[in-house]
Write a protein that binds this ligand. Structure first.
Ligand code: DUC
Ligand code: ZN
Ligand code: ZN
Length: 487
C-alpha cells in the first residue's frame, strides 16, 4: 500500500475565507494545509465535512490569562483552562498579556508568563508586552530587546491607578515601539474623569453594579481617543485602540483614519450584543457583567456594526477577563460590593465565535466572509501571526468545522474556570464541532483531545501594522523643525 499523500483529508465541506466561499476537500500534511481541491486522494485519516462549513480557526488577540490585575486579583483561568475553553469555542490562537506591574522587570515578566503558557496552553499563543513601569531600564533596554525578539505588540493603560501611564510615559512607549518595530495597543479612557465620576456616584449612594456604566461616561473614551491619536499622529507611530464601545469613539477613529493616521481598532461581542441593561439585575447579580469599558446603548451597537462594515474597526476580540462570582473574584470585597470594588471583566474566549457566528452568519449581519475576516484573518494579519488566519496552501492547519444549522441553548457550562456564561439563556444557531490545531484534532464531539502544553509560542516579525506611515509631523520633520533630530 502506498503511503497516503495526506495525514488528514477534510472531505466534502464548504470552505470559507475572508474573500471566498467554495466547496472543496482540504488535505493536511505535517500540520500544514498542503492541498485544496476536488476529489483529493484518500488521507490516512478522513473527516467527513459534508453539509458543514470549514473555516480558519479563530484568532483572539485580546485575552487576559493567568494575569494579576492592577488591583492584585488573579484572573480565574490559567493557560490550560483558558485555552481549553478557547478550543471548545473554535479558537486556535490567542494573544494574552505578559503583564508588568510597577517595580517589576519586563524581561522577567515575559519569562514567567512564557513558562506558564509552556506548561498549560493547548492552542498557540503570543504575548502583548504590557508596560506599567516605563522606567529607563524598561523603555530603553528591555522593551526594544523583547520587541526585536518577536513580541511585536505593546499594551498600555491610560487609566487605573496601579497600572496607568501618564502622557509623557505614553509618548516614551510610543517612541520605543517606533524605534524597535511594534504596534502599541491602548486601553484609552480618561483617568481623571472615571475617578471623579466613580467617587461622586459612590458618595451619593449609587453603588449598585448598574452605576458602573454611568461611571465610565462616553466622554472618557472620546477624550482619551483624541489624546492618544494626537500622540500617534505627532510621532507617526501606529496604534491599536482596544475595546471601542461607543458610537462617538468609532467616529473619532473614522475621522483620524480618514486623514491618514495609522490606527487599528477592535470591539468585542459584549459591545455588539449587550447593552448596559445587563448590569441592571436584582441584588449584586449584575456584577457578572461588569467590564470596562461598560456595555452601552443600542445606538452604540448600531454604530459599531457600521464601523466594522466600513473597516474603521478591523478586529473582533473577546477581551476574556474572567473572575468567578465568588470571594476569589467579583465578590472579593464581600457579598455586596460597591461597583468600584467589582473586578472588571467577563469570560469571552469560548463564546466569542459562537455568538458572533449566530449574529453575523445565521442572522446575516455582515455575513460569513466578514465573520472570517474579523475573527481570524484580520487579527492574524495585523498582529503578524505566522501561518494563521486563513485557508491556503502552506498555512498551519488551524481549522474549525461548523454545523451552521445546529441550535444551542447557551448555559453556564463553559470549559473555562469562571463558573458562569454571560450569554447564558440565549439560543443561538451555528456551532463549532471539530477543531484542529496544526493538523491535530483538539476538540471533536464535545471532547478535548489535546494535551496541556501542546500549544506553541508564536514569535513575530515586524509586519505592515508596525510600520510608521513615513509622513512626518511638522515638529518631527527636520525640514520644518529647524533641523532638530527628534527620532
Ligand atoms: N480592560 C480590559 O481590556 N480588560 C479587562 C479590564 C479592563 O479594564
Ligand atoms: Zn482594557
Ligand atoms: Zn482587556
Amino acid at each position: 500500500m502506498p503511503t497516503p499523500a495526506y495525514d488528514i483529508v477534510i472531505r466534502g465541506g464548504t470552505l470559507a475565507t475572508a474573500t471566498d466561499v467554495f466547496k472543496a476537500d482540504l488535505g493536511i500534511q505535517a500540520g500544514r494545509i498542503t492541498a485544496i481541491g476536488l476529489d483529493l486522494p484518500t488521507g490516512a485519516q478522513e473527516i467527513d465535512a459534508k453539509g458543514k462549513l470549514v473555516l480558519p480557526g479563530g484568532v483572539d488577540t485580546h485575552c487576559h490569562i493567568e494575569q494579576l490585575s492592577g488591583s492584585g486579583l488573579m484572573s480565574a483561568d490559567n493557560f490550560e483552562t483558558a485555552t481549553r475553553s478557547a478550543a471548545f469555542g473554535g479558537t486556535t490562537s490567542v494573544i494574552s498579556f505578559a503583564a508588568q506591574h510597577r517595580g517589576a522587570n519586563l524581561a522577567s515578566v515575559v519569562e514567567d508568563y512564557a513558562a506558564l503558557a509552556r506548561k498549560g496552553a493547548i492552542i498557540d499563543y503570543a504575548f502583548h508586552l504590557m508596560v506599567a513601569n516605563p522606567d529607563e531600564q524598561t523603555v530603553a533596554q528591555d522593551l526594544p530587546a523583547l520587541i526585536r525578539a518577536g513580541h511585536r505588540s505593546v499594551k498600555v493603560f491610560m487609566t487605573y491607578d496601579a497600572v496607568q501611564v501618564d502622557d509623557g510615559q505614553l509618548l516614551d512607549v510610543l517612541m520605543a515601539a517606533r524605534s524597535a518595530g511594534a504596534l502599541v495597543c491602548v486601553h484609552a479612557e480618561n483617568h481623571g474623569l472615571l475617578k471623579w465620576m466613580g467617587e461622586r456616584l459612590m458618595k451619593r449612594g449609587y453603588t449598585a453594579p448598574k452605576y458602573h456604566s454611568i461611571s465610565h461616561p462616553q466622554a472618557a473614551e472620546v477624550e482619551a481617543f483624541h489624546r492618544l491619536i494626537a500622540f500617534s499622529e505627532l510621532l507617526d507611530q501606529p496604534i491599536c485602540i482596544f475595546h471601542v464601545s461607543t458610537a462617538e469613539g468609532a467616529r473619532v477613529i473614522r475621522e483620524a483614519r480618514g486623514r491618514g493616521v495609522k490606527i487599528y481598532a477592535e470591539t468585542c461581542p459584549h459591545y455588539l450584543l449587550m447593552t448596559a441593561a445587563e448590569l441592571d439585575k436584582p441584588g449584586i447579580e449584575g456584577a457578572k457583567w461588569v467590564c470596562s469599558p461598560p456595555q452601552r446603548g443600542s445606538n452604540d451597537q448600531e454604530a459599531l456594526w457600521q464601523a466594522l462594515a466600513l473597516g474603521d474597526l478591523q478586529i473582533l476580540s473577546s477581551d476574556h477577563a474572567p473572575y468567578r462570582f465568588d470571594e476569589t473574584g467579583k465578590l472579593k470585597y464581600g457579598p455586596n460590593p460597591g461597583f468600584k470594588q467589582i473586578a472588571n471583566g467577563m469570560p469571552g474566549l469560548e463564546m466569542r465565535l459562537p455568538v458572533l457566528f449566530d449574529a453575523m452568519v445565521s442572522q446575516g449581519r455582515l455575513g460569513l466572509k466578514k465573520f472570517v475576516e474579523l475573527t481570524s484573518t484580520a487579527p492574524a494579519r495585523i498582529y503578524d501571526l505566522p501561518g494563521k488566519g486563513s485557508l491556503a496552501i502552506g498555512m498551519d492547519a488551524d481549522i474549525t468545522i461548523w454545523d451552521a444549522d445546529r441550535k444551542v441553548a447557551l448555559a453556564d457550562n463553559l470549559h473555562d474556570n469562571t463558573g458562569y456564561n454571560p450569554f447564558a439563556g440565549r439560543t443561538i444557531t451555528g456551532w463549532p464541532e471539530t477543531v484542529l490545531r496544526r493538523g491535530e484534532v483538539v476538540v471533536t464531539q464535545g471532547t478535548l483531545k489535546a494535551q496541556p502544553g501542546s500549544g506553541r509560542l508564536m514569535l513575530r516579525e515586524a509586519g505592515e501594522a508596525t510600520r510608521p506611515t513615513g509622513t512626518l509631523s511638522p515638529e518631527f520633520d527636520p525640514a520644518r523643525n529647524f533641523g532638530a533630530k527628534l527620532y
